[in-house]
Write a protein that binds this ligand. Sequence first.
Ligand code: PLP
Length: 387
Amino acid sequence: MTTYARLPVTFERGEGPWLWDKQGQRYLDALSGIGVCGLGHSHPAVTKAICEQVGKVIHTSNLYGIDVQFQLAEHLCRIANMEVTFFCNSGAEANEAAIKLARLYGHRKGIQNPTVVVMENSFHGRTLATLTATGNPKVQAGFEPLVQGFLRVPYNDLAALEVTAQNNNDIVALLLEPVQGEGGVHVPDNGYLSGIRQLCDQRGWLMMLDEVQSGMGRTGRWFCFQHEDATPDVLCVAKALGNGFPIGACLARGEAARLFSPGTHGSTFGGNPLACRAGLAVIEVIEHQELCDQASELGSRLYGSIKDRLQSLDGVKDIRHQGLMIGIELDKPCGSLVNTALSRQLLINVTAENVIRLLPPLIINYQQTTIIVDTVTELVHEFLNAS
Ligand code: PLP
């Protein structure tokens, strides 16, 4: 179906941060398959793990024990400070699980219409519940009636949240991205996440973080909430967890960890041995090669260099980043830059119409960041001069 407006290129193979098209032309991937291939393409450790697992067993179903799933759950809980994990196959499904947890939590407290607070400008997926949670009317248009039980507030605004809290007794949880990705790489003020944690504690709400894009080392920590030590009750992960092999996870701790019981939720493919083996390999490589630190260092360098060269330009509104999640906001729509970058063998993305988004792989090196900085700054100069 025509769900995608595709660029005129087809890739045949990849290695590290590089992709090759059918004609043998090489491209530098500064987008990582939209934040998925954090370890770059064809990472040998992930490839080896997947190939070995294929030779053993791919799928048995959750009717039986799956050792590799239990191991991955243990590692995820360790790095995220969580207690239990539900495995699924995508980010939207991880968020669906979180929303279902919030509703169970509310009903258990005797609330008939449990309400989840979500943010303006957010993105949580394309299923009916997650597109309802998404704060972008374009994602929702044509799919009405939307799902009930959501309330929207401005992002990065604790005062607005306090007012909403005072006026609504049905709120049971908050769902938000700690850094908004699709919405334009919006990084909240220092203290926002810990403020939310405090409010959730005071009010007895579940704090549910969608780290589908910001998780797995991208922002310089395993998870973005760790910059503020604002541990959520529910954490959603997907994208980079399998480095391209589809896998998602909804993690929980405390009361949220004890809400599901056999039969209340499930997934045929969720947590299959192959996906979990990929996830284990990813965690091992990030840990062993200290890639969270690398993301932090190279992210600061990329951001610093781009800022030095672009911030004083008329037409550049703002430059934002956390780790290797970088956004350059222009004062006009700039989607055409994606094609221009492609013609110079660089893969970038434009989101929210006027924000150039860079999500390079965590394994990128210093020299490759220089190519990104040079090309992107050149493109922006040309674009602004021409328009
Ligand atoms: N949540 C966030 C923050 C995302 O960025 C995305 C995808 O871009 C999703 C959820 C949806 O993930 P998926 O496409 O795997 O369903």
